[in-house]
Write a protein of this length. Structure first.
Ligand code: GCU
Length: 614
């Protein structure tokens, strides 16, 4: 196995083989401590202590006390803190979220939907095909940051993955579960709502007794192989996936049917709320896609069984560079919810462009007011030797796990500092420069792509690079309606009414152009190009400035990276260098195409005389 880069390099090549978290913790402690000469440590398991742990010090050295999985989390905490040069002592700590999930969008042919780090970790050519040590190493990485549940297949369930819940493939699923269980990681399977039909019934109607019996039997089978399966994940009635709407049933009826089949086994049913009309006519100004999740679900509050979790994307659109928080989070008080983030950089640079996520997570969590009880992220992983394609994209996986454990926005700089110390060494000479690059990256990317929450100026399907009208006349409900005078969609009560899905005080802030955060101005408002921004610039000039500055920022990232030459293994340096070069070109392309797009409408040149092509 060649794990080219990871935040746990001090373990070297050795991997734990233990069958449960306590055994793994013992092995990891021995392996990790070997590189920390002088320190000594004991472990104590506290039955019933679950994921929690504490680290104390007495005359014999460090003592990690923790629950059945907590003892492993405590072990990694101790080892990483010592490696990073931090004080490891901590009073009893429990994770904020019981479920800290990752979703793979892996297909069994080996491809990864929206994957930018190679092929699947689990499958090739329609079969399970993996390196068991690599899966163990993956388990170690997840446990080291506290992630405890992973779905192993794409939410768009393509055959043969629909059979993962059948005797045909369950023996293989069991092997993955057995590999990850010692790291405290449980499996989730994404299921196809139409499976009963594929398997010979004439319906998948959730109220049909035969369908209910089918799923009960299927769950009995699944749990016979994987008794601790976390549950099922479902994308239904979304982007052409089958679902209960076909049978005239709502999503509470659809979800509860599966939840009841899982219930006797202690399983959870995780139901995604990414439901919208994906055949919208651009001529229609009344349908507004961001309203869809709320419209489909809010009225169902209180109707979901207790083992149902609604998984809601962080924004109402689709992982765009800048969106408000989904209004569904402020509704449905009586429903269990998970917030879904996307580590895979689908709209944020394909793991070519540098995009460190904690700053945007901080904005999102600040607006959330109350955290949902669960958290999830689409992974950015693949079979590339360095796991994430861009070596620095690993920092997003690391900080996601940390955020999921803490249950709150973290100081991105502090997390970056720790990640750099662990990955490149405590004495890495350019740590401040690297930290500054990570900190600046999200803002830089936002500046050179779609302006001020406008969304969808990206190349269709590919989602990398600019195409201002690529989605303008499509069926996806993704419009900005730019013309010679104005741009954006009025989502206030005078327009589509989207803003009124928020609590009244938030809606009032968003509806008023004087109070709406500038970053989101073009999400909520249709504005003329001469609209005055708060600093006196026109909207048009602000768009020009952002794009010039963003492209300049990308050039600077490239120059900064060059200062890292010789400070790390050559292949890691060059891998990233190549990406920074591509990013600079991408940013230049965005700058020129977006600026020219608006210049052609307005005929107004840049106030500072910079080059805008005609
Ligand atoms: C986006 C993405 C799809 C994905 C979908 C989802 O639309 O482009 O590839 O399937 O999100 O979250 O289900």
């Amino acid at each position: 196995m060649n794990a080219e880069l990871c935040w746990l390099p001090f373990f070297g090549e050795a991997l734990p083989q233990g069958r449960d978290p306590l055994a793994v913790a013992r092995e990891e402690m021995a392996l990790g401590m070997a590189s920390l000469a002088g320190a000594s440590c004991r472990l104590a398991c506290v039955p019933g202590g679950g994921d929690g742990f504490e680290i104390i010090k007495d005359e014999q050295g460090y003592l990690v006390r923790g629950g059945e999985t907590g003892v492993l989390y405590g072990t990694y905490r101790l080892l990483t803190a010592l490696q990073a040069g931090e004080c490891p002592l901590t009073a009893w700590t429990d994770p904020a979220f019981p479920l800290r999930m990752l979703n793979h969008w892996d297909n069994m042919d080996g491809t990864v939907e929206r994957g930018y780090a190679g092929q699947s970790l689990f499958y090739k050519n329609g079969k399970f095909d993996y390196d068991a040590d690599r899966i163990r190493f993956y388990g170690r990485m997840l446990a080291s940051v506290g992630v405890n549940a992973v779905s192993i297949n794409n939410v768009n369930v393509h055959a043969p993955a629909d059979k993962l819940v059948t005797a045909e493939l369950l023996p293989e699923v069991k092997k993955i579960a057995d590999l990850l269980r010692p790291f405290g990681v449980r499996l989730i399977i994404a299921v196809d709502y139409a499976l009963p039909v594929t398997m010979g019934l004439d319906t998948a109607d959730p109220l049909d007794q035969r369908v209910q019996d089918f799923w009960k039997k299927q769950c009995d089978e699944v749990y016979a192989y994987v008794p601790d399966l976390c549950g099922f994940l479902v994308k239904a009635d979304s982007e052409y996936r089958p679902g209960p709407y076909k049978y005239g049933r709502d999503h509470a009826q659809g979800a509860n049917m599966l939840a009841r089949a899982l219930k006797p086994h202690g399983g959870m049913l995780i139901w995604r709320c990414f439901v919208y009309n994906c055949r919208q006519d651009w001529r229609d100004h009344t349908t507004d896609r961001p309203k869809a999740a709320y419209d489909n679900y809010a009225h169902l509050d209180g109707q979901f069984d207790e083992n149902v979790i609604l998984q809601i994307k962080n924004g109402p659109y689709d992982f765009q560079v800048r969106e408000p928080v989904s209004p569904l989070f402020y509704a449905m008080e009586r429903t269990e919810k998970a917030i879904e983030f996307q580590l895979a950089q689908e709209y944020t640079g394909h793991q070519i462009d540098l995009y460190y996520m904690p700053p945007i997570w901080k904005d999102i969590l600040a607006d959330l007011r109350r955290m949902p009880r669960h958290i999830c992220a689409v992974t950015n992983l693949g079979d590339d030797a360095n796991w994430t394609g861009h070596p620095l994209a690993q920092a997003n996986l690391y900080t996601y796990g940390r955020m999921a454990w803490e249950g709150k926005a973290l100081d991105g700089d502090k997390e970056a500092e720790r990640w750099i110390a662990l990955t490149f060494g405590r004495d890495f000479p350019e740590k401040d420069r690297l930290k500054a690059m990570l900190a600046a990256s999200q803002g830089i990317y936002e500046k050179y792509t779609s302006p001020l929450g406008l969304c969808w100026m990206v190349k269709p399907h590919l989602h990398y690079g600019p195409d201002p009208e690529g989605y303008e006349f499509s069926l996806w409900g993704t419009f900005h309606r730019a013309n010679h005078q104005a741009v954006g969609i009025d989502r206030t009560d005078k327009g589509t009414g989207f803003a009124d899905q928020y609590p009244a005080d938030m809606a009032a802030v968003y509806k008023n152009t004087d109070t709406c955060p500038e970053k989101l101005l073009l999400f909520f408002h249709r504005l003329r190009y001469d609209f005055k921004m708060r600093d006196g610039r026109t909207l048009l000039q602000r768009i020009y400035d952002d794009h010039f500055e963003g492209a300049e920022g990308a050039e600077q990232l490239l120059a900064q990276w060059r200062a890292m030459e010789g400070l790390m293994p050559r292949d890691i340096y060059e891998n990233a260098l190549n990406r920074f070069e591509k990013q600079a070109l991408n940013a230049r392309e965005w700058r020129d195409i977006i600026n020219t797009y608006f210049y052609r409408f307005t005929g107004i040149p840049d106030a500072h005389g910079r080059k805008i092509y005609d």
